[in-house]
Design a protein around this ligand. Structure first.
Ligand code: PHE
Length: 347
């Protein structure tokens, strides 16, 4: 092959470059065409390289340099186009159907304990109780002393109470009653609060009891509050929660911070196996402890017992959950197995 005239080859080089610069790239498809046409294995740049050996030796250096420049320009232009069009290219390849409905997002559901707690709160809110919440790590004074629980009371036993490590002063509250003491020392009567929350006791975990559970405390202090007021309030609760036909009974009991004290049962019946087990075959379920606030407690919290009286109650939530939702084992409420939790409604 004869040596070709360098100037005419150079014209071809420059022409190719011009053509390349004028290419219209505006879509993933034209980007791909551009790549094949210029950078492909049979592309124009490859073609141009083929000319090099035909160029007279003295011009080769210049030719090589020009060719390199053109290559670099082509590649950088290609990269620019690629940034704009290639991701769109992928998307269009996947053929997304923009009219297709989205994936459903699974809705969470409320924990059954929260469901019952919210029902209780709702019921008492309707008759003027407000919510008071407080700490779960309590001090001895609020959990016991203020509540008239003497030093040698069995409830203080290490068996029942979780003390904070190396402390006899701080503990995990064993009931929601310390919130009574906190509210009474802070506020003046009339006081009408409920205190929902988690409590802890050092008990062996079984199908019926757990070392953590939930209570809702109630406290009503004003002038002339009587035992009859308490009874009527609790009857109202039972009717709202278990239906207008529900029966309740109050049994005499003892709590250091109330006098007189009682425990309240609701009659749940013996319709199914869960009812049998949870009511121990009696049909009656104990749901709360209650009583008239002991005057000594009022004094401890700075309230004049000659002027004011009041009642308090503390109800357990878990048992009511077991019964309402037919749950056979209290431990299921704390295991967070989603197959169990999913069965409850999201409201
Ligand atoms: N705190 C008591 C308990 O945990 C319940 C209770 C509260 C009793 C208020 C009387 C008054 O068992």
């Amino acid at each position: 092959m004869t040596n070709t005239d360098w100037t005419s080859i150079r014209d071809r080089f420059l022409e190719a470059q011009k053509g390349m610069e004028q290419e219209v790239v505006d879509s993933p498809a034209s980007l791909e065409q551009f790549r094949i046409k210029y950078l492909g294995t049979k592309g124009i740049l490859k073609d141009l390289s083929g000319y090099l050996k035909e160029i007279p030796v003295e011009n080769r250096k210049e030719a090589g340099k020009l060719l390199n420049q053109i290559k670099q320009k082509t590649e950088s232009l290609f990269q620019q186009y690629q940034q704009t069009y290639s991701s769109a290219g992928k998307a269009s390849k996947a053929e997304i159907d923009l009219s297709a409905p989205g994936y459903p997002l699974p809705l969470g559901s409320r924990h059954p304990v929260s469901l019952v707690m919210n029902q209780v709160i709702d019921i008492f809110k309707r008759i003027g109780f407000t919510i008071a919440e407080d700490r779960e790590i309590e001090d001895d004074w609020h959990n016991f002393t203020a509540l008239n629980t003497p030093d040698d009371h069995p409830a203080r036993d290490m068996q029942d109470t979780f003390y904070i490590k190396d402390s006899i002063q701080y503990l995990l509250r064993t009931h929601t009653s310390p919130v009574q003491a906190r509210v009474m020392t802070r506020e003046k009567p009339p006081i009408r609060i409920i205190a929902p929350g988690r409590v802890y006791r050092n008990e062996t975990v079984s199908a019926r009891s757990h070392c953590q559970f939930h209570q809702v405390e109630g406290l009503y202090i004003d002038e002339g509050v009587s035992f009859a007021d308490m009874k009527q309030t609790l009857l109202y609760y039972a009717r709202e929660q278990y239906g207008p036909e529900v029966k309740i009974r109050l049994r005499p009991s003892f709590f250091p911070f109330t006098e007189p004290s009682a425990e309240m049962d609701v009659y749940y019946g013996l319709a199914d196996e869960t009812a049998h087990r949870i009511t121990k075959g009696t049909g009656w379920l104990e749901i709360l402890g209650c009583g008239m606030v002991d005057p000594a407690v009022l004094v401890n919290c700075g309230i004049d017992p000659d002027k004011y009286s009041g009642f308090a109650f503390g109800m357990g939530i878990e048992r009511q959950v077991l019964l309402k939702y037919n749950v056979p084992d209290i431990r299921m409420l704390f295991e967070n197995d989603v197959r169990f939790l999913r069965q409850f409604s999201a409201i």
